[in-house]
Design a protein around this ligand. Sequence first.
Ligand code: ADP
Ligand code: MG
Length: 743
Amino acid sequence: MSPSRVPHPLETPVTFVKRVGPRRADVFASMEIHTVRDLFHMYPRKYLDRRSIVKIRDLWQYVDTGMEVTVVAIVRGKDIVRSYKKRERFILVVGDEQSFMDCIWFQRVRTMDRIFRKGERLALSGQVTDYNGTIQMVHPAFDRLSPHKDDEDEHNWEEMFNTGRILPIYTETADMKDAGLEGSVLRSIVLHAFEKHGTYIEEHLPQEVIDRRKLMKYPAALSAVHFPHSSEEIQRARERLKYDELFFLQMLLGYRRRGAQRVPGISFNVKSNLARTLVARLPFALTAAQKRVINEIASDMESNKPMHRLLQGDVGSGKTIVSVLSMLVAIDNDYQTVFMVPTEILAVQHYTTLRRLLEPIGLEPVLLIGSQKKNERKPIEESVADGRAKVIIGTHALFQESISFHKLGFIVIDEQHRFGVMQRLRLYEKAKTPETNGRSPDLLILTATPIPRTLSLTLYGDLDTSIIDERPPGRKDVRTAVRSKNERDKVYVFARDEVKKGRQVYVVYPLIEQSEKVDLKAAKEGYEELQKGIFKDYSVALLHGKMSREDNEEIMAQFRDGRIDVLVATTVIEVGVDVPNATIMIIEHAERFGLSQLHQLRGRVGRGTDQSYCILIHYLSPYNKAAAFNRGSFNERSLLKDEEKQKGMIRLETIASTEDGFKIAEVDLQLRGPGEFFGIRQSGFPELKLASLVDDRELLDQARSDAFAIVKTDPHLREDSHESLRHHFEHYMKPLLDLTRAG
Ligand code: ADP
Ligand code: MG
């Protein structure tokens, strides 16, 4: 791109748009809207279609049907009411023509009172109830159709709306509202921008792709998304714009993958005696899924391209043994191997497991973790540096300055998303030693948090994927129940009866950094209460992260041997613990745990032949529960302060309803959104404004196949038919590509 490039008309700053002054421009800037083009990409959140509006006098038909309806009405009155139980509520009286209804808010009562003005026109959506003869909407979603200040353009919009136009509704933040950027003002601004600059919008996708996917043209799509004439048109426009987002995301991944494959890798001889010996010694036969995955890995290892493979498999599906067998192949080829895990406890557990597996076949794994003392560490570091250590298990400590490898050929990373790309690259850097001769090690990433396929295609689109979708034989379903704190006593009586029969119990308390002290105290108190109370005739122990490693191991050993009946713990037992006789998992304050944590915790039981149980004790009120189910869609903007509690309830119900890790992960993704779901991994990716990784699978598949084909056949986009694509990509995407490469 030449530096003297004349700015494209769409790069015009928003300040040049009519009705955008410095104040409003500032607010736009805070939303990353700087240019006219950015403004065009500020998509309506939803649309109001005249035909779908219900009159208040007709609302009685919808009472208690659970259907969501929309009313357009004017604010007539408001009040804060305090009932005898001292619970405040805010009542907004709205009316259309001759009819009125009440809107009720139980949360944020003061705020709600502040934001509405008499006389303003609102669109209100929600379910309808009948309260002693008054029609009500509780916590409706609302949009302001006319701003409270007088507005010169308002009339137009009202008129357009009344004559059957579809009204775009944009997201309005508090800052926007303060600057008057709301309702019809916002709509006018977009319209002004379009009238002046809309003609400069160009198509950038190759015609061939547009034909193949029957896509709406880009200029038409942008116009239709803001000023639609029909809902079909909105549908088509959004489809096109979603496709665009997914296509460029996949282009980036395609280039990244291409970059990774250009580095030479190691071509291993996969006929491994060590692996064969270990398989022969195992007390079980590998499952079909394990064998399939081992073959997939073997063919990668044989190839001279570096392996980048993601191995997904639910808790207990047997990923460890698959990884170890692959490591043995590398060791037989005279390479070192690394097994990296996110926590020390997990590192110690893997170290124990791997020693048990490998010592009989003559290999001595070594452990590298931060809490080791210097003199303990020194000999280990030396054996890593001179190549004697073939199996190295460790945490972040592996990245430390003092660690150098001799000939590293194979890396296993457990729970990758806790590490992030940067750290992965650091390990690659360390692998560059004279012995490896510029060849990149093979990488196997394990994840026990199943990743919805859509997401893995997107976020791990540069990786190949293997899935162990079969559990070792003999595993039983775990019965899961959700119980409120009022039913706590009954839960523990049940647990005691199981202990009487010889079973063991886990009781888990939440512990998060922000409230560590309080949480730890709760766990200790819970422990004392159980020990002195219901389990006084049994052996109860407490396990938490603040204890020394030795104490920790000692308690785990006693629990494993059955000398401890009830283990009260903070989440340290989340991963890797394997005690088949423990059949009861009680989770206290279960609403505070994340979905994958709950899933992992439940995975600790159901490992033996007896029926196992997982009981989730929550401290939510029935109101939270009802609200959670009324919400219906997770994505709806909600004004409820206790949204977190509702999500907590949804998490509990999800865990109770399925043991399928993939289903659980889907809900997790919906509740948390992809950014949070993957943390750092997400950085450097373009934002998806319309496309949903959950809902738009088919489109994602199409976009991926189109984008990858182009990256493969015409990586430099030199073909004539790719010219506009090249311009677009270079200008808008390439900086991101460089960023993800650097990261
Ligand atoms: P993951 O790492 O996927 O959570 P692990 O590798 O820790 O699972 O395996 C869980 C347990 O199942 C371990 O005790 C392991 O020895 C055992 N296991 C693994 N594969 C099999 C199999 N094919 N048949 C029976 N048990 C198996
Ligand atoms: Mg494991």
